[in-house]
Write a protein that binds this ligand. Structure first.
Ligand SMILES: *Cc1c(COP(=O)(O)O)cnc(C)c1O
Length: 439
């Protein structure tokens, strides 16, 4: 009897060559508990360490009891209500707490339902701002290896890569400048300066992932360089849109990455860690100047954006509960300990000859497998590594030949050590296969 395959079309999955999806029944802390099926026979639970926070969303651990309880209680009181003309306590609370968490750098907040939507909202705010104040501007600047989501607006701002190539003719024009990784600073700054000078009074916004570019390959750049770029943009009145969808909520070692470069943008996008990863939600924070550009007796100037579930009461309750955990538990201390552990691991890994480009930023640790050829997202080693990690019950999902760790903050030292070990194990195995081929 052949088992019927699921009708589900999974994201970023080539079903023609991928094995069946791993079936997860429950999760707790840093662990996923999956069905363990051998020869069609259930063999109990398989515990997998979630070393990438389930695509970078889980902050404090899966099913944190405080968030679970808050959502349960909210679900019994108010589920969902239209957000035009109506509001509710969890949303009002959350709005104030988030603005507070940014040191009151923003005056207004627009809720939505994902990271990509928070970017769409930011772009529409920026373009609308310039138009409504009677000085329309056309150009958008972003990073070559940036990633801002998979809707058309966010794809347009993102770098051109294999995952949006098919749609390139449909994407709007964006000026992409190089990422100022170490050694590239001068080139990137020069490109920015030139474009700003050549397009005076016509650049609407600069969209960027501060300090750490995620999907573009876990690339890092310095706070000093970011600050220089910010100052250059400010000198030309260009609006700054910080995409903190991934970096926000402690990932880079501070609550928000922008803090390390001593500035706050005009618009900030949040999502992934916003609810502690418990429920989908996006938020776009902005300054009073932007809000005021839309504030008018003329109804045609209102902000024309909505999505059905914006401000969902359960998501707001989860986000408030996650912020409670930030207040009550030693979250920053956990983050510091993860960073220290990564630094130690970096030192050990640096002895290996088969890896290059070891890098770390806060809770993010990454290294590249040395390749003669074939790096990039579709690198041959990616599926091999992925399977080797899973054979050790570790969820690590390399970006091409870049292996990275981005754990939930509750992770223990023992689990971190197991993750580092699994990387050594996988690299040894690769080395062995390479060696076999050459003899
Ligand atoms: C994941 C991500 C997004 C998109 O968020 P979704 O919720 O997946 O739409 C946008 N920007 C950055 C930096 C991200 O890492």
């Amino acid at each position: 009897m052949t088992e019927q395959r699921s009708p589900i079309w999974h994201p970023f999955t080539q079903h023609a060559i991928s094995p069946d999806s791993i079936h997860v029944d429950r999760a707790a802390g840093a662990y996923l508990f999956a069905r363990n099926i051998k020869n069609n026979v259930p063999k109990g639970e398989r515990r997998i360490i979630d070393a990438i926070s389930s695509w970078w969303v889980i902050s404090h651990g899966h099913c944190h009891p405080h968030i679970t309880r808050a959502v349960q209680e909210q679900a019994a009181r108010l589920d969902q209500v239209i957000f035009a003309g109506f509001t509710h306590e969890p949303a009002e609370n959350l709005a104030n707490r988030l603005i507070d968490a940014t040191g009151n750098a923003f005056d207004h907040i627009f809720f939505s339902d994902s990271g990509a939507t928070s970017i769409e909202v930011a772009l529409k705010m920026a373009i609308g701002y310039w138009s409504h104040i009677g000085k329309p501007r056309q150009k958008i600047i972003a990073f070559e290896d940036g990633y801002h989501g998979d809707t058309f607006g966010s794809m347009s701002t993102g770098g051109r890569a294999v995952y949006n190539k098919l749609y390139e003719p449909y994407l709007f024009e964006v000026e992409h400048i190089p990422v100022p990784i170490a050694g590239n600073e001068a080139i990137a700054l020069e490109r920015l300066e030139t474009f700003l000078n050549d397009n005076k009074d016509n650049v609407a916004a600069f969209v960027f992932e501060p300090l750490l570019l995620g999907a573009g390959g876990m690339k890092i750049y310095s706070p000093d360089t970011l600050k220089t770029m910010v100052d250059m943009c400010r000198a030309h009145d260009v609006l700054l849109i910080a995409d903190e969808v991934m970096t926000g909520f402690g990932r880079t070692g501070t609550m928000f990455a922008c803090e390390q470069a001593n500035f706050m943008p005009d618009i900030m996008c949040l999502s992934k860690g916003l609810t502690g990863g418990f429920l989908p939600m996006g938020a776009t924070l902005c300054t009073d100047a932007i809000y005021k550009a839309f504030y008018h007796k003329d109804r045609a100037k209102m902000f024309f954006h909505s999505s059905s579930f914006m401000g969902n009461a359960l998501s707001c309750a989860a986000a408030n509960a996650s912020l409670d955990i930030w207040d009550k538990e030693p979250v920053m201390q956990r983050i510091d300990e993860i960073a220290k552990s990564h630094a130690h691991a970096a030192c050990n890994f640096s002895k290996r000859k088969d890896i290059v480009n070891i890098r770390q930023k806060g809770t993010m640790f990454a290294l590249d497998v040395a390749m003669d050829k074939g790096s990039g997202y579709l690198s041959q080693v990616q599926p091999i590594l992925y399977d080797l990690f899973l054979s050790r019950n570790i969820l690590l999902r390399p970006l091409g030949n870049s292996v990275y760790i981005l754990p939930p903050y509750c992770i223990t030292q023992q689990d971190l050590d197991e993750i580092y070990d699994s990387i050594n194990f996988a690299l040894d195995r690769l080395e062995y296969e390479r060696c076999k081929r050459t003899v």
